[in-house]
Design a binder for this molecule. Structure first.
Ligand code: ATP
Length: 202
């Protein structure tokens, strides 16, 4: 099979920033957050199952998912979160594989925020790459980007694996604790390795 990378990292660690740099070098990026979003747009493919499970009240007037309402529910109720994930995760995985199958780059990089948490992803990629940064920096970046309160960011972080667990599960690590200039040489080095791995597996 083809060489693939699973890129993960806690909220605000820099997954998008890093995957944009790999894309600029030619990697084919399959972003599961984008896929998840596309499934819950008006008449998106996950909407019938979500509304059947949670009720028509979870649709916004335009037929998309009422994200604020669903977010409030799943943060207060982990059973509801698991029910939502049971609908979305298999659909996301199928769509991600379909996108990978038609990708033309030398290798595919799946961006999966909850790669370690979901379990099934780790066995399906050739290598796991974690974007790492100190927790204080995660909080500062998300507060600055989304205008969330610090406690809200920490509540989200509490639903994700710890930094240590993520590092322990990773084959490769990008350290994103400084500027973009510190990032570039790390990405270039990893990309060169991934090109070599993909040639060997071809
Ligand atoms: P999420 O999990 O919320 O989707 P993410 O892991 O994809 O986040 P990014 O969106 O890439 O993280 O980065 C979070 C924020 O921090 C963004 O506003 C981004 O521009 C900024 N950022 C990330 N890395 C750096 C860096 N090295 N220098 C400056 N700003 C950065």
């Amino acid at each position: 099979s083809r060489f693939s990378v699973g890129l993960t990292g806690g909220i605000g660690c820099g997954k998008t920033t890093v995957s944009d740099m790999f894309a600029a070098l030619g990697a084919s990026i399959v972003d599961t957050d984008q896929i998840a979003h596309s499934m819950t747009v008006p008449h998106g493919p996950a909407m019938p199952a979500i509304l059947a499970e949670f009720g028509a009240g979870f649709a916004a007037p335009d037929g998309s998912l009422d994200r604020a309402k669903m977010r409030a529910l799943v943060f207060a109720d982990s059973t509801a979160r698991h029910r939502l994930e049971a609908i979305l995760h298999p659909m996301i995985r199928d769509a991600a594989y379909a996108a990978a199958a038609i990708a033309t780059g030398p290798y595919v990089m799946f961006v999966v925020p909850l790669l370690i948490e979901s379990g099934s992803w780790a066995d399906r990629v050739s290598r796991v790459l974690a974007v790492d940064c100190p927790e204080e920096l995660q909080v500062a970046r998300v507060v600055a980007r989304n205008g969330l309160a610090e406690e809200q960011v920490r509540a989200i972080m509490a639903t994700q694996v710890t930094r240590q667990a993520r590092l322990a599960a990773a084959d490769d690590v990008v350290v994103n604790d400084a500027g973009l200039e510190e990032l570039r040489p790390q990405i270039a080095r990893l990309h060169a390795n991934y090109m070599e791995f993909s040639e060997r597996m071809a």
